[in-house]
Design a protein around this ligand. Sequence first.
Ligand code: COA
Length: 566
Amino acid sequence: MRILLVASAFNSLTQRVHAELREHGHQVGVELALGDEALRARIAEFRPELILAPMLTTAIPEDVWTAHTVLIVHPGPKGDRGPSSLDWAIHEGAPEWGVTVLQAVAEMDAGPIWASEPFPVAACGKSELYRNEVADAAVRAVLTAVHRFATGGFEPEPLDYDRPDVRGRLRPYHEQRYRRIDWAADDTATVLRKLRAADSQPGVLDELFGREYFLHGGHREDRLRGTPGAVIATRDGALCRATADGAVWLPQLRSRRAPGGPPTFKQPAVAALGADLPADVPEVPVSPIEAATRDTWSELRYREENEVGYLEFAFPGGAMSTGQCRRLLAAYRYACTRPVGVLVLGPARDFFSNGIHLNVIEAAADPAVESWHNINAMNDLVEAILTTTDKLVVSALAGNAAAGGVLLALAADEVWCRESVVLNPHYRLMGLHGSEYWTYTLPRRVGTAAAERLTNEALPVGARAAAALGLVDRTLPGDAAQFWSRVRQDAENLSAATELADRLVQKKRRRAADEAIKPLSAYRAEELAQMRRNFFHPGEPYHQLRRNFVHKVRPAATPSHLTIAR
Ligand code: COA
C-alpha cells in the first residue's frame, strides 16, 4: 500500500512505524504537519491509500479526513482523550495503560477504533516509556489496523462509553499546577511520579536558590538525607535534593525563559545553576561497582556474573558530553583490567547513545572548541574499544542509537540489538562528516556502497533491516528485560565456549593486519580534518543546525530526505 505518515515531528515512534511499514513491503511517505495547504499538496502528489498519524499534536483538516481514511495513534486506552494521556497515567500511578489507533473525525480522539493494545507502565520517565513500552504497543496496534484496512471488511468500533472495555475518559491538559512539588510534604514516591510524568517535556517548574527552573528526570537516592527541599549533594553534574522521607537525584534543569529573553534548553543540573550553587554542597561520587549494588543515581554501573563483565551506561537523551565520555572511558579501562573474557556494553533500557552532547556544546563559551573536545573524547573511547584484543566486546542495544552513538556500538566485536530498535547511522542532518572511526568500521561491516547509501540517505533503519545489512549481528525479541535476559544467557555461552580463545587470537590478528594496511590513527586524522572544518569554518552549516536542534526549531517544510517514497 501507499501509506503517508503525517506527524508533528519525525520522532522515535514515527521513525519506528516508518521502518516497520517499509519492512512489511509498504511504500511509505512522510509529511510533517506544518500546514494544511502543504498537506493537501502532498496528498495530491503522493496519492496515499491510507494516511497514518503516529504522533500528531494538531488536527487534520476535515476535507482530508472525509476524502481519505486517516488513522491516528493515541497513547491512551480505549475512551481516553486529551493531550496529556501519558502524563496522567504516570501521575496517577496506573499499572497498565494502552495505545489506541482511531479514525480521524471532527472531535479529537473520538473517532471509531481500529485497534487498541495494552502495555505495562514501567517506573521511568514519560519519554522513556514512550520510546519503549508505548512504541512497542503502538507498532502492534498500527500493524493490526493497517492489516485490517488492507484486507477490507473490518468495521471500526464506534467509541461507546457504555462498553465495559472502554475505561478511558476525556482529561484536560496536565498543567504545572498538578505537577508542583511540595518538598516539605511530598514523599519520594510522589516526587518521582511528578518528575516522571513531566519528563522530558515540559519538566516540573520549581525554584532553586531563588530562581525558577524546570526539573527534568529523577531517580531515588537510597542513603543521603537532609532537610526536605534542601540540595544535599552533587554527582557528575546532577543534584541530590531531600524529600519528606528521603531524597531524589535531578540530572537536568532548564531555566525558565524570561519574557522577551532567549530560549532556554536543558543542561546538566550543576552547569545550569552555575555560580548559584553554594560551594558547601558536597560532591558525593559513587563508583560503577558500588552503583551496581545500590538504588542510587549513577550514569555508570559495572558488575560481573559468570565470567562476563557488564558495563552499563545511561545518559539522558543518549547525549555524551566530553566529561561523560571520559568517565565512561575510565570505567571501560577498569573493566578491561578484570579477568573476564566477554565484556557487554550498554544501558538497561532506552537510548544506547546519540553521540556528542549538542546541548552542552551549545551552552559552552566556545561551541566549536567544545565540539572538538567532545569528538576527541568520543574517539578516545571508541579507540579503546577497537583496540581491546584480549576480550570479546559486545554492544547490547536495548534502545535506539544515532549518529556517533551507532558508531560507538559498532566499535565492539558484536552488536546485539532488540528487535524494536531504530538506528540512524548518519551525521549529515547535523552538517557533520562524522568521526568515531566510522570510515573504518561502517564499510568493514556493510560494504562501501551500503555505507555510502546509509550516510547519504540519512534515514532510520529498523533492527531487522540493520541485521540484513550486516550493520548489527543479531536481533533479539521482547521487551528490555527479556532482551537482557537473552543477552546474559548468550554472553555467558560465549564466555564458556571453547572457541573463545581462538576467536580472541583471530581478533588480535585481524586488528594487526588492519593496522598494517591503514593505522587507526590515519582514519582518525582524516575524519578529524573534516570535522575541524565542520566546527571551525565559518561557512559550515553545523552550528546553525545544532542551534535549531537544541532550541527545537520546527523546519519550514518537510526535509527532502523524507519526501521520497521508499
Ligand atoms: N545531544 C543533546 N541532546 C540530544 C542528543 C544529542 N546528541 N540526541 C538526542 N538528544 C535529546 C533530544 O534533544 C531530546 O531532548 P528532550 O527530551 O529535551 O526533548 C531527547 O534527547 C530525545 O531525543 P528526540 O530527538 O526527542 O528523540 P527522537 O527519538 O525523536 O530522535 C534522534 C532521536 C537521535 C534521531 C535525534 O535526537 C537526533 O537527531 N539527535 C542528534 C544526533 C546527532 O546529530 N548527534 C551528534 C553527532 S554525533
